[in-house]
Design a protein around this ligand. Structure first.
Ligand code: G
Ligand code: G
Ligand code: MN
Ligand code: NA
Length: 251
């Protein structure tokens, strides 16, 4: 497959880039952390979205190499990102894939990367989707518990869009729930989305978790979410994903 060969080539020739989107305290807009989002700067095709190549990398197993690159890059960039935050427990958040967790050395590799970059485990948040947790429960259970033992913090990404079984909320020490944009965009238009978001925030808080609302594009939605006691927000209102250089320029 041509694209798979291109991915292999991309890894060795430094064609991947990491962009960072701010995650802000809803009430006052302070930057608490950043989500790392990979981009592929392809020599012929231009900038390729992760949605267009990660599915293939999952199938070929290249996701493990990409995943290590992702962690390494986010941690390497942490000193700059940290300077751009204004919070008592700042973080950078990376997305994990299912097949990344099945590698023998995953937890050990995370530990080494943290040590190499003098990062505490709280400074590195790992985002997992419901699908990842449900797809391989035995592996997920072991790997996630090892990550937690390391001191790592887990965030449940795209909440509400997967199988929405709630049992993993009691099985894993998830620190953060990220409510998917699909519920945030219609928040002021439809009663069901408002109730779902409202109850999700209540549930998360009652379990000692904090909540990030994704895809906030305007002030009205931010205000509503603040009323609902949502903790953090992410979205174009606060900022689009930016290259590290652009974050550095704003310091
Ligand atoms: O930034 P964008 O909206 O194009 O991201 C699309 C999707 O790609 C998001 O769901 C995000 O979780 C996923 N994604 C972005 N970067 C990474 C990454 O480094 N690793 C993995 N596994 N997924 C990523
Ligand atoms: O990992 P996750 O699936 O949550 O990825 C977040 C994706 O959402 C990224 O691709 C990012 O570019 C995109 N995104 C972030 N903020 C907004 C927003 O306010 N509006 C829209 N439409 N997309 C957003
Ligand atoms: Mn995410
Ligand atoms: Na999401």
């Amino acid at each position: 497959l041509a694209l798979a060969e291109d991915i292999a080539h991309a890894l060795t020739t430094d064609q991947f880039e990491m962009h960072y989107q701010p995650i802000c305290v809803l009430q006052d807009g302070r930057v608490a952390g950043f989500e790392a989002l990979i981009r592929w700067n392809h020599p012929r095709e231009g900038m390729i979205s992760p949605l267009d190549f990660l599915w293939l990398a999952e199938q070929t197993g290249q996701i493990r190499a990409i995943g290590m690159w992702t962690l390494e890059r986010a941690c390497r960039d942490w000193p700059v990102l940290r300077q751009a935050t204004d919070h008592s427990s700042p973080f950078v958040s990376v997305n994990l894939s299912a097949n990344q967790l099945t590698g023998d050395h995953f937890v050990h590799d995370v530990k080494l990367i943290l040590e190499r970059h003098h990062m505490t485990a709280e400074e590195l948040k790992m985002e997992l989707t419901e699908t990842i947790i449900i797809g391989r429960p035995e592996i997920a259970s072991q790997v996630l518990n090892n990550l937690i033992a390391l001191g790592g913090t887990l965030a449940l990404d795209d909440f509400g869009t997967g199988y929405s079984g709630l049992d993993y909320l009691q099985r894993y020490p998830i620190a953060t729930v990220k409510i998917d944009r699909a519920f945030i965009t219609p928040l002021l238009q439809t009663a069901p989305s408002l109730e779902i978001v409202n109850k999700t925030i209540e549930l998360a808080h009652s379990l000692g978790m904090n909540v990030v609302a994704e895809g906030i594009e305007n002030e009205e939605i931010r205000q509503k979410l603040t009323q609902l006691r949502c903790d953090f927000g992410q979205g174009w209102l606060f900022g689009k994903p930016l290259a590290l250089d652009d974050i550095r320029k704003r310091l």
